[in-house]
Structure formats: structure tokens, C-alpha cells
Design a protein around this ligand. Sequence first.
Ligand SMILES: [Zn+2]
Length: 363
Amino acid sequence: MKVKDIIEVLESWAPLKLQESYDNSGLIVGAPHWETNGVMVALDCLESVVDEAILKGVHLVVTHHPIVFNGLKKFNGSTYVERVIMKAIKHDVALYAIHTNLDNVAWGVNGKIMEVLGISNHVVLSPSQGLLRKFQVYVPVEEADALANAVYAAGGGKISAYEACSFKSIGEGTFKPIEGASPVTGSIGKQESVQEAKLEFIVPVFACQAVERAARGSHPYEVMAYDWIELGNTAAQYGAGALGEFEIPVDFMSFLHQVKSKFGATIKYTKPVNELIKTVAVCGGSGSFLLDAAKRSDADVLITSDFKYHQYFDADNSICILDIGHYESERFTIDLITERLSKKFPKFAVLKTEVNTNPIQYY
Ligand SMILES: [Zn+2]
């Protein structure tokens, strides 16, 4: 198996364009054409994880957190980041990170937390804006269906839980081929008019290139007439955090106990607002930036991590914050990635690291 085969699966699930601007998701060490006979999945890329991969003969490590966030100027092994990179290169181990792009898909890090909590229906807590474009294309009426199918196959026409969405209007297209043109219909210097369909599709930014290529591939004309339009719509299936409801509300203390035992967490929390917990907001990792969104959504609790002392006051008696620890909140991301890859490649070795990479000890 080539590294790029694994990457293709990961990026069709969590496209790199969904990562935050500060992030460094993607292939960090290695080349797409490298061969590997297995994948090691971990939350953090430590030297001990690379050692484990080497020991088990695996040439690709996929982690949630990228080993490199900032530019490196020297490789003399004076920091753990340099040592990891040096060792990985020396032993032909590719390093790949699937970080905030996996946070920003509905069935990513936060969807997994909801599954662990036993909440089956959830939505994105803070849907992304600026991710959607409209693709309008003009095509002879008889070719419209084939072109629409090509666009769907390339990732266009999906709206929330619906696919193959489009709008078609029929009109008259006009053109006059001039010297240098090789028209499929009509002739040089003669004004033509053809019955054409105008097709409209919503396309996420990460599928724009593929959609345009697919439309061109299926369009009969030498030159395809089309427009891309920026949209202000929010993309319901992409964004930060998740929001869901228990079918049967749980009393606060049992809820706290459940979270503690499921996530193996030492919980810091603010005073509960409601004795019964029904609506739950979650964000794996550092999620204090979602406190306002969680309050606006009328969630009873926000489960996340990395709150600072003064930020707890912002709960302000309108929500209960549960800080369960960064590692603990994301620990099931290892299962999430492993399950996705194993399902796609059932005969391929997808290993979970045996290293506990949590840098924090509890007393
Ligand atoms: Zn994290």
C-alpha cells in the first residue's frame, strides 16, 4: 500500500481545506509514493510512537496533533520535535496529521464524543461560513443529466443530509464562432442559438476543482460557459463542536459519573444550572472559544478542555462547563481514525499505539 492511498481516504473524509489557519495538518514527513505495510494511529506524535512504528515495521504514523506547528530552522536534536522528525526520516517513517480538519467535520472528533456519550443525533455546534460556492453551468439540454451526474460524483450538489441537489432552468444560449474556434455545432462567422439548460449546484470549496474538471469532462462544447459565485450560507455539516440531546434526560450527578468513567477523566466543572441534563455541547480539545455558541444553543453543559480560571466565570449561571482534560476529551479519536481506515482497508494492518502520550500526570 502506498502512503497516498491512506491519505486519499483520510482527506476525502476530512479535506485539508477544513483545517484552521494556524494548523499544519497533512503529510509532514515522507512522500505520497512511499510504501507501507501498516499504519500506526496515535493522538500525539512522540519519539516513543515513532519507535513503536519502527519496531512493528510500520512506515506511516497518523496522528491527530501535528508534530510540527511552527517553522524549524535546525535539526540537531535539541528539541523533541527535531528528534521525532530526524528519527522518522532516518527510518523512512512517514508522519501524517489529521487535526482541525477532523474537528471540523460532523462525523469527526466531536461526532465520536457524542457516540461515546450515547447521543445518536447531533448537529455541528458552530457551522462554518465561507465554505460554500455556487457553480452555474450552461449546457445543451440533452447533455444536462450527464453533466449533473458528473458534478455529483465529484462532490457537488450536497446540501446537509441531501445529495444530488441541483436546479435546472431552460433557456436559449447564443454564440458566434470566430476564426480559431472549432465549434461542435454551428460554423465560423455565423450566429447560433441553442436550447440550453442552466444548472446550479452548491459545492464546498474543497470540491470546486474536481467539480469544474468533471463538468468540463462531460461538457460537449469546446468552451464551457460557467460561473462560480461566493455564498454567505453556513455549511451545516462542517464546523466546530457538536450539539446533541439525550432521549431521556439524566440527572447531573449520574451524568458526571458517566463522563468520568467513559473518558477516564478528572473533571473540573462549574455549578450545574439544571438538575436534569438533556442538551449537551461538546468540543474535543481546547474548546473554550465555543462557550458563547454553547450558551446560545441552550445546552445544559459544555464538555471540553483547557479552560483558564477566569473563563469559568463566563459560564455565568447559564451553562455548566465540564473541563475533562485535553487528552481525555480526544482519546477516542484514535478509535475513530482506526475504525475509518480498517473499514476501508479490512486486510491492512491498522494499529493503535500502545503508548499513552498524555503529557499530564494526575496526583
Ligand atoms: Zn487536541
